[in-house]
Design a protein around this ligand. Structure first.
Ligand code: PLP
Length: 417
C-alpha cells in the first residue's frame, strides 16, 4: 500500500508497537513471564475498590450517564473543576478548570504536544524536543510526524553502594538554542525509576523560561496520584510547565485517561486538537476519578495503598536481582519510583537486543535498553547497549523464575567473551 509521509512515519513498526505486541502475546500465553510491558500491578485492594466503586456508580446512574454521553473536547467539566480544587488545596497552586484538559491516555497528550511544539514551524525552522537525560520513555520515540524531533544527552552516572547507580542530568552537555521547541522529562522516569532532583527540575525550569519554551513534565507515576515515587521531592508546576498525569498507573490503564495541566493557551490548543482527533475524550475514566475525588479516595489510596505496595515490592525485587545475579559487572539503577528496574550489564559481550531475543526464546519478556536512548548520539557509548528494563509487578514467584533465567542467560553471555 502506498502511503503518505505521515503513514510512512507512523504506520511502520516501532519500538512501542513491538512492546505492545509482546505484552499482548504475553497476556495470551499463560506460561510467558511478562517483565516487558508497563501494565500496572493487579493490587487486590485496588481491584476490590474499583469493583465496589463501579457497582455504586451503576446504582446511582453515573456510570451509564458517562457511557451514554459525549463530554466536550476539553473533557468532563465536573472533573476539571474538582481536579483544580484538589491540586490547589494540596499544593497551593492557583489553577482553574481552564488550566486542565483530558486526553485518551497521556500517550495521546504527548503525541499532541510533541507535534505542536516540534517539527516544521511557519518561519521555516525545524524545532526539536530536548530530553535532558537519556534513557527516556520508549513511547516518545516514534511520536513525531516529522522525522528526527528529539535530541538528548548522555547523563552523569553516579556509582552507589550495593551495586546500584543513579543518573543525573549533565547540564554541561545541554545545548539550547532556537532549534529547541520544548524540554520534556518523565519524573519518575520510565525506564529507570530515576527521579530528577528538585535542583535538576529548577534548573530545567530556568533553562526553559530563559529560552521561552515550555517544560513538559511527565507525571505518569508522580504525585499526588498514583504517587509511585519514593524520594522526598516537591511536585512542580508553573505557567510555563506542562504537567501530564494519568489514571493508568493507579490501576486503570483500560479507561484511557490522561490529564494535562498547563496555561490556558496550551489547554485551548490541546482541546482543539482533541476535538479533531477524538471529538471528546473517554468519559468513563473521568467519571470514576470524579467519584474518587468526591469520596476523598484518590489521594488516600495513592498514598496508603499504591505507593507502599510498589515501594516494598521494588526493594524486594531489587534484593532478589542482586542476590540472584551475583556479579560485580551487574548493577541496578536505584529504584526511586515507577514500576521498573533498570539493569546494567557492564562489559556485556552481546547487545541487549540479542539478550532480549535469547530471553524471549526462554519465555521471559523484557525490553532491550537500546530503544530508550532516543535522540542521543550513542556511537561508541557502550552503556547504551548494556541495559534492559524489566517491570517488577508480577508476583514474587514469577519474578524469581524470570530473574533466574535472566541470571543464566547473562552468565552464558559473559562466558562468550
Ligand atoms: N508516560 C510514561 C512515562 C509512561 O510510562 C506511560 C505508560 O507506560 C505513559 C506516559 C502513557 O500512559 P497512558 O497513555 O496510559 O496514560
Amino acid at each position: 500500500m502506498e502511503v503518505t509521509h505521515f503513514g510512512e512515519k507512523l504506520a511502520n513498526h516501532s519500538g512501542i508497537t513491538q512492546l505492545m505486541d509482546d505484552l499482548n502475546d504475553g497476556l495470551r500465553n499463560p506460561d510467558a513471564i511478562m517483565l516487558g510491558g508497563g501494565n500496572p500491578a493487579a493490587i487486590p485492594e485496588m481491584l476490590d475498590y474499583f469493583k465496589t466503586l463501579s457497582q455504586s456508580m451503576l446504582d446511582d446512574g453515573s456510570l451509564v450517564h458517562a457511557m451514554a454521553n459525549y463530554d466536550g473536547p476539553q473533557g468532563k467539566s465536573a472533573l476539571l473543576n474538582a481536579l483544580a480544587e484538589l491540586l490547589n488545596k494540596t499544593y497551593g497552586w492557583q489553577l482553574s478548570s481552564k488550566n486542565i484538559m483530558l486526553t485518551n491516555g497521556s500517550q495521546s497528550a504527548f503525541f499532541y504536544l510533541f507535534n505542536l511544539l516540534a517539527g516544521r514551524y511557519a518561519d521555516g525552522t525545524h524545532k526539536k524536543i530536548l530530553l535532558p537525560l537519556a534513557p527516556e520513555y520508549i513511547g516518545y520515540g516514534d511520536a513525531g510526524i516529522n522525522d528526527d524531533i528529539f535530541v538528548s544527552y548522555q547523563p552523569e552516572i553516579e556509582l552507589l553502594d550495593n551495586r546500584q547507580f543513579k543518573y543525573h542530568v549533565d547540564f554541561s552537555r545541554l545545548t539550547i538554542d532556537d532549534n529547541i521547541g520544548a524540554i520534556c522529562a518523565s519524573r519518575p522516569t520510565n525506564p529507570t525509576g530515576n527521579v530528577l532532583t528538585d535542583s535538576e527540575i529548577h534548573q530545567l525550569d530556568q533553562l526553559a523560561r530563559d529560552n521561552n519554551i515550555p517544560l513538559i513534565i511527565d507525571n505518569a507515576y508522580g504525585t499526588p496520584f498514583p504517587d509511585i515515587i519514593f524520594e522526598d521531592v516537591a511536585p512542580f508546576w508553573n505557567e510555563n510547565t506542562i504537567l501530564c498525569s494519568s489514571l493508568s498507573k493507579l490501576g486503570l490503564p483500560g479507561v484511557r485517561c490522561g490529564i494535562v495541566i498547563a496555561n490556558e493557551d496550551v489547554i485551548q490548543a490541546m482541546s482543539n486538537i482533541n476535538g479533531i482527533v477524538s471529538l471528546s475524550p473517554n468519559s468513563v475514566g473521568p467519571a470514576m476519578a470524579l467519584s474518587m475525588i468526591e469520596r476523598g479516595d484518590l489521594l488516600r489510596l495513592s498514598k496508603d495503598v499504591v505507593r507502599p505496595f510498589y515501594q516494598k515490592k521494588s526493594q524486594r525485587i531489587l534484593n532478589m536481582v542482586l542476590e540472584t545475579i551475583n556479579d560485580e559487572r551487574v548493577r541496578v539503577h536505584k529504584p526511586e519510583g515507577a514500576i521498573f528496574l533498570w539493569l546494567w550489564f557492564n562489559d556485556l559481550p552481546i547487545s541487549t537486543q540479542d539478550l532480549y531475543k535469547r530471553l524471549k526464546a526462554r519465555g521471559v519478556l523484557v525490553v532491550p535498553g537500546e530503544y530508550f536512548f532516543i535522540g542521543v548520539d550513542h556511537e561508541g557509548w557502550d552503556h547504551a547497549k548494556q541495559c534492559i528494563r524489566m517491570n517488577y509487578v508480577q508476583d514474587d514467584k514469577m519474578m524469581q523464575k524470570g530473574i533466574d533465567i535472566i541470571a543464566e542467560e547473562v552468565a552464558r553471555a559473559y562466558n562468550e567473551e
